[in-house]
Design a protein around this ligand. Structure first.
Ligand SMILES: [Fe+2]
Ligand SMILES: [Fe+2]
Length: 363
């Protein structure tokens, strides 16, 4: 069980892809429309289906049902309409997605990340978190181009894990990561995915908010590690260096194929409604909704994450700090965030239940 199975609806295109994949491991091509499948359980599966008709999806599902063993990673290559393909990938149980046509190096890095994390005995949420963390370790590196395709894959892993396991299990899984930036970005992305679901966002908007959250602190990879990982308070000079990360991140992503809204989130996620934020001291109406949503998740995420020098803050206490920032943060969004904080901290659920019971009693 060491080969990679490539399922394609165009065997000639599949041959070209297999040449790239062949440097990773032996690759067997299966024509989606052929009947005979061959034997053996592959170690990895990649699907490359450009025309997602209902017949194609049915065939794909049938093949996966026959050959995909427990814990076998499955990468879904996206052609065309990303939102529709993403939904199909999730429905088919893909471990990750990647845009078709990315550089061979990116494809191999994604496969390597998916493969390394797959311990069949680990819970699915830990496998998704591990895959996402390894992907960030491959792309959140100075000098490496951060591509939309890589971030799409990471976003798919986060949204799937939140849907399957919930935000509490996700936070517990990512808190174990030592790299503070990876832990933070994955934690904030998980909160964003849960927040978007709780707000009733459609799949495409949920994906977009999660992606923005995953990407928001990308500029921190350009901040010196001695400042980034300093155990304790930063002095004034260090703080001013740390505060360059939104502008650094924005500059890093310019011209890389990201939509403008993503660039705005990266640049403006530390802006506050009262103008006290940075780097542009924007005021309320100048701060788009997508940024406001990420900022609420970002502030809460920073409070509850684990650091080597301090214990993570309890969810209830973190929410009261968030609540105290209304005016600088959007009050409606902070209130709407309460169920996410409660999903993470059972004591808040109990308090909410007590309040509801009390309200019912006095009515
Ligand atoms: Fe930040
Ligand atoms: Fe952040």
């Amino acid at each position: 069980m060491s080969e990679l199975l490539l399922i394609t609806d165009d065997p000639r295109r599949g041959e070209r892809l297999a040449q790239d994949l062949g440097t990773f491991r032996a690759c067997r091509i299966h024509d989606l429309y052929a009947e005979a499948l061959g034997t053996g359980t592959p170690a990895l599966i990649v699907s490359d289906v450009s025309t997602l008709t209902s017949d194609a999806v049915l065939r794909l599902r049938r093949i996966l049902g026959r050959v995909r063993g427990d814990g076998v990673p499955y990468l879904f290559l996206v052609h065309g309409n990303a939102a529709r393909a993403e939904a199909q990938a999730q429905a088919l149980g893909a471990t990750g997605t990647l845009g078709f046509g990315v550089a061979a190096q990116t494809l191999l890095a994604a496969l390597e990340g998916l493969h390394r994390c797959e311990d069949p005995s680990a819970p699915a949420v830990e496998r998704h978190a591990g895959a996402a963390q390894r992907l960030l370790a491959d792309v959140f590196v100075p000098g490496v181009l951060v591509t939309p395709a890589a971030i799409e894959t990471g976003t798919g892993l986060v949204t799937r894990a939140i849907r399957e396991a919930g935000v509490r299990a996700w936070i517990q899984a990512v808190r174990r990561f030592d790299n503070a930036t990876h832990q933070h970005c994955l934690l904030v992305a998980g909160l964003a995915a849960a927040f978007a679901s709780s707000l009733g966002f459609a799949a495409a908007d949920r994906h977009r908010l999660t992606k923005a959250a995953l990407l928001h602190d990308v500029g921190k990879i350009r901040v010196p590690p001695a400042i980034l990982n300093k155990p304790g308070q930063l002095d004034a000079v260090e703080l001013s260096v740390m505060r360059t990360h939104p502008v650094l991140g924005h500059a890093m992503l310019l011209g890389c194929g990201f939509e403008d809204a993503m660039l705005t989130v990266v640049r403006s996620h530390h802006e506050m409604l009262d103008g006290s934020g940075y780097p542009d001291a924007l005021l309320g109406g100048q701060i788009p909704d997508l940024v406001r949503l990420v900022t609420v998740c970002d502030v809460y995420g920073a409070l509850i994450e684990r650091r080597p020098y301090r214990a993570p803050m309890a969810g209830k206490q973190a929410f009261s700090i968030l609540d105290g920032m209304v005016g600088r943060l959007d009050g409606d969004l902070v209130r709407a965030f309460q169920p996410i904080a409660a999903a993470f901290d059972p004591s808040m659920r109990a308090a909410a239940h007590d309040r509801a019971a009390h309200a019912a009693h006095i009515r």
